[in-house]
Write a new protein. Structure first.
Length: 218
């Protein structure tokens, strides 16, 4: 990505934040609709079994599931782009003690094992630096970050377990367990999306209001 000044970077961050927040709002709605379908499937109200009659409810459920997959991937991409710009702005501000390049602030999400804690550590520094923090101040804890990261990890783990249990179940009991875990993942996601929305909004606002001033007086 092109190198740009801090003021331009903050303007770009705000533009990207608008898109990410829109995707999160839509994603929350899709997750809520998917949860209704998952609950109906678990209760036997609708079925995706190949021998079951194809109903409009089943078609809608499948469509919502596909929309959820596509929207999740798109949101992850643009959330990563937003993180990159947030970190780049902090680097441009000359923040003392910031340990992450913009690339690695995003890249740690894709490194096995490390992706369980390094992205959170990077976001913690982004959060504090965006508020004008320097040095040791970048390691201060924040409740919203803990909620965001905890729900992100939990939703991903639960979703992976649900997929493994339902993609080719060995028994009806395994299928039912997979459906229950899938519902749990959706419930966690209903907490994740608002937390992510607030995270994006508050970091973007902090950079606009405080990062420029902090870089001038550092």
């Amino acid at each position: 990505m092109a190198v740009m000044g801090l003021a331009e970077g903050i303007d770009l961050l705000a533009q990207r934040a608008k898109l990410v927040k829109f995707l999160l709002i839509v994603g929350f709605s899709v997750i809520a609709a998917s949860l209704l379908g998952q609950t109906a499937e678990l209760r036997g109200v609708l079925s995706l079994d190949e021998n079951a009659p194809l109903t409009s409810a089943a078609v809608a459920y499948v469509a919502i599931g596909l929309a959820d997959i596509v929207l999740t991937l798109v949101t992850i991409v643009f959330f990563g782009v937003w993180i990159y710009r947030a970190a780049a702005n902090i680097v441009a501000a000359g923040t003392v003690g910031f340990d992450y390049t913009p690339g690695w602030a995003v890249g740690w999400f894709f490194v096995p094992i490390a992706n369980l804690f390094k992205p959170y550590a990077a976001m913690r520094q982004i959060w504090n630096a965006s508020r004008g923090g320097q040095g040791d101040e970048l390691e201060r804890a924040e409740g919203l970050l803990a909620i965001w990261w905890g729900t992100w990890v939990l939703a991903n783990i639960a979703s992976n377990i649900a997929l493994r249990l339902t993609i080719n179940p060995a028994s009806p009991g395994e299928l039912e367990t997979g459906q229950q875990v899938g519902i749990f993942a959706s419930l966690v996601s209903l907490a994740l999306y608002p937390a992510a929305y607030r995270l994006v909004d508050r970091i973007t606002t902090a950079q606009r209001e405080r990062l420029t001033a902090a870089s001038i007086f550092a």
